[in-house]
Design a protein around this ligand. Structure first.
Ligand code: ADP
Length: 739
């Protein structure tokens, strides 16, 4: 712009009139403006203005200005380039530092390996994972650092990444590294190719994560789950049956080999000795061994370690590791040690079996594998198992005891012996039905009362316990107003005494009858024998001359007394034949009236003169079906008795009547009579109303018994009617024979 017109100036400053004033004052004349351009970029512009000099710029000035501007632009550009280079270098340095920091602080292991599998960079995390300082990685190969074996395993992976350019992600490893050979860890490893700016592969990047803890947690969760499942299954099997012995043995299938290599359960019996319930080893051959060892060396309550200790203290014991010394000190001898050593005992736990506050055994789990060492979690599991097992055993035992008690109660209910239980406070607590029956006292009358009020005298019975007499004793006692002969045994226990008694009153009576019988029969035999002996002696005497009537009299005495003797002996014989079942009866039609007549006729020969004997019979009577000899025996007995038991004399009448289908004989006398209470008993064997012969009337007590038995065998019957004085009537019936 050679000339700057005034209008232009005004226009350009129209918004700032004071600027116009300044420019005008400066006296602007001519102006040039050139751009600053470097590398095709416009950086700015330079403006040249002439004022006071009044110079007008020409084309040549413009060319110069252009040249100046070009140089200035290059300088500015250079300066800017330099500044940019500086700042990007700084930035690069900064980001490298950040990278280093990230690398170092990364919680995962990071490494960069060159194409020859050499470590170029590792971070601390990785060095720690390898168990070596980071300096010991640089420049060394995988095989140098990780060992031949692991190195050989990993190299191919690197090679593959380099060849394919594809990463390998999250490869799991479970491995111990040479730096930490005793600690196998779980790793998740990723490999990826590293490229340079030209996309050239320059190595492999490695990212390693230690997931051991996660794996452990997972494994622990899995184990916990498995344990819960076993516990649930165990509880179910334990609760499903009362046969706890086989159930506890059956638990082995849940525990071995999953939780233990072998397993044993022992239960304390009442005698304080252990009873082996189960010993199971994963190896069946060793199971047999284990059983033998448990037989030969059963646990005992006194032992310092193992089942005995747990059962004694009621506390679980964990043997995380079992050293040789521990094994040696807790075994009984060298052979025991040898067996357990052979079975394998690396780790073990013993838990007590405790229920309802009582410890009654122990459950032992043994690991034979050094890699499976039991810990607190395992012990807790075993404890749970032990508790469940113990409750099951306790329940089964309670149930069995209850069942046994129930059975015992049934026995007590149904046993024929009277049973009573007297507690420590001397109160009757149990009174069984047999006791009710024997004594006639209901349980409601006796239970809750003192036995002193029931038995008289009680002291002699109570004494039995003091004397510790194991055999039953027979004693007469007054109970409920009756005298009973009871055979009593007593057994004391912590809650009192159990008495069992048997009613021997009847046996006692029979005994008495027998001894009475012996004495009466002796007497009965002696009397006729004495008479016969006396008569015979008199007959033999030569110094005393005997007249014919005297001789006849003496001979008659001998004859009749011999007859009496014969009858006594006969009675005894008949009774024994009836008893042994060898008595034969031959039933035939016979004339019952004729038989009675012959009996009465025969009796007339020996009855004393004070007796008046008669027979009353219908003119015509039907025949009876009977054994005539036996019928005669019965009637002879009845007539004999009627005469015998009329010591003061009187009438004896035999009356025959037809009663329906029976022919009835009524033998009536006016003698001693039979009290009604004795009507039944006089027909019993040996029973006599007057055993002591106070009325001087002898007998064997067999006649009526024989009569009853014979009539019974012939289809007849016998009974007595008497008020007890003024005589009695014996009635015998025989069936009338069919036509
Ligand atoms: P014994 O040999 O004692 O006569 P029995 O069996 O014939 O034996 O009789 C049993 C008991 O019955 C007798 O001891 C007697 O006490 C009683 N007895 C039997 N017959 C009579 C009777 N006619 N009068 C009274 N008592 C009798």
């Amino acid at each position: 712009m050679q000339d700057i017109p005034d209008e232009l100036l005004r226009e350009a400053t129209s918004e700032m009139p004071e600027l116009y004033d300044i420019l005008d004052a400066l006296g602007l004349k001519s102006s040039m403006c050139v751009p600053l351009v470097a590398r095709d970029r416009t950086l700015g512009a330079i403006t040249f203005v002439s004022a006071e000099s009044g110079r007008r710029y020409e084309e040549a000035d413009l060319a110069t200005a252009r040249d100046l501007a070009r140089r200035a632009a290059i300088s500015v550009d250079n300066a800017r380039l330099f500044r940019e280079a500086e700042s990007s270098r700084r930035e690069a340095q900064e980001s490298l530092a950040v990278l280093d920091a990230v690398f170092a602080a990364a919680p995962v292991g990071l490494a960069f390996m060159d194409t020859n599998f050499r470590y170029v960079r590792v971070n601390e995390a990785l060095a720690a994972m390898n168990g070596l300082p980071s300096e010991e990685h640089f420049g060394r190969t995988l095989r140098d650092v990780l060992g031949e074996e692991l190195g050989a395993e990993i190299e191919p992976l690197h090679r593959r990444v380099l060849e394919t350019g594809e990463p390998i992600l999250d490869l799991p490893f479970e491995q111990a590294v040479p730096g930490k050979p005793r600690e196998p860890h779980n790793w998740l490893v990723s490999y990826y190719p590293v490229l340079d700016v030209d996309d050239e592969k320059i190595g492999v990047g490695v990212v390693i994560m230690d997931v051991s803890e996660r794996e452990h947690a997972l494994a622990a969760a899995e184990r916990a789950g498995a344990r819960l499942a076993v516990l649930a299954e165990a509880s179910q099997t334990l609760a499903s049956t009362l046969d706890y012995e086989s159930t506890l043995a059956g638990l082995a299938s849940l525990l071995v080999p999953r939780f233990a290599d072998w397993y044993a359960v022992d239960i304390l019996d009442d005698d304080g000795l252990f009873r082996r319930i189960a010993v199971v080893h994963r190896d069946p051959a060793k199971s047999e061994w284990a059983r033998k060892s448990r037989d030969l060396y059963p646990p005992d309550l006194e032992e310092d370690e193992g089942t005995g200790r747990a059962a004694r203290t009621g506390e679980a014991v964990l043997y995380r590791t079992i050293s040789d010394e521990l094994l040696a000190s807790s075994t009984k001898d060298a052979a025991h040690y040898e067996i357990l050593h052979e079975l394998g005992m690396e780790s073990a736990m013993v838990v007590p079996l405790t229920a309802a506050g009582r410890t009654f055994g122990g459950l032992m789990l043994v690991s034979a594998d050094p890699a499976r060492l039991y810990d607190e979690d395992d012990l807790e599991f075993a404890n749970h198992l032990g508790r469940r097992a113990a409750v099951a055993v306790d329940n089964a035992r309670l149930y069995r005891a209850a069942e046994a008690r129930a059975r015992a109660a049934i026995v007590v209910e149904h046993v024929a012996d009277g049973v009573l239980l007297v507690d420590q406070d001397e109160i009757i607590r149990l009174w069984n039905p047999a006791a009710e029956q024997i004594t006639g006292l209901a349980a409601s009358d006796t239970v809750g009362r003192s036995p002193v009020d029931v038995f008289s005298p009680w002291e002699t019975i109570a004494d039995l316990v003091q004397r510790g007499e194991p055999r039953p004793e027979t004693q007469p006692l007054e109970i409920n107003g009756r005298e009973l002969w009871l055979s009593i045994t007593a057994v004391g226990f912590e809650g009192g005494t159990v008495f069992a008694f048997r009613d021997l009153t009847a046996e006692r009576a029979v005994e008495k009858l027998k001894s009475d019988f012996v004495s009466t029969v002796s007497h009965e035999l002696r009397t006729p024998l004495a008479a016969i002996y006396g008569a015979a002696l008199t007959l033999r005497r030569e110094d005393v001359p005997l007249g014919e009537p005297q001789r006849t009299g003496l001979l008659e005495v001998i004859a009749s007394e011999s007859d009496r003797l014969a009858r006594i002996v006969n009675d005894i014989l008949w009774a024994s034949r009836l008893e042994s079942g060898t008595m034969q009866t031959t039933i035939e039609k016979c004339d019952g009236v004729a038989i009675a007549r012959s009996v009465v006729d025969a009796a007339r020969h020996y009855i004393p003169p004070r007796i008046e004997l008669a027979i009353k019979a219908p003119k015509k009577a039907p025949l009876v079906a009977a054994d005539p000899d036996k019928a005669r025996q019965v009637l002879t007995n009845l007539v004999d008795n009627a005469v015998k038991y009329s010591p003061d004399g009187g009438k004896v009448i035999v009356e025959i009547t037809v009663e329906g289908s029976q022919l009835r004989y009524a033998v009536r006398d006016e003698g001693l009579g039979v009290p009604p209470a004795e009507h039944r008993r006089i027909f019993e064997k040996f029973y006599r109303l007057d055993p002591d012969l106070t009325r001087g009337v002898g007998g064997t007590g067999l006649g009526l018994y024989i009569s009853r038995e014979l009539l019974g065998r012939m289809g007849g019957r016998i009974w007595v009617e008497s008020s007890g004085s003024g005589g009695s009537t014996f009635l015998a019936e025989l069936p009338i024979a069919a036509d």
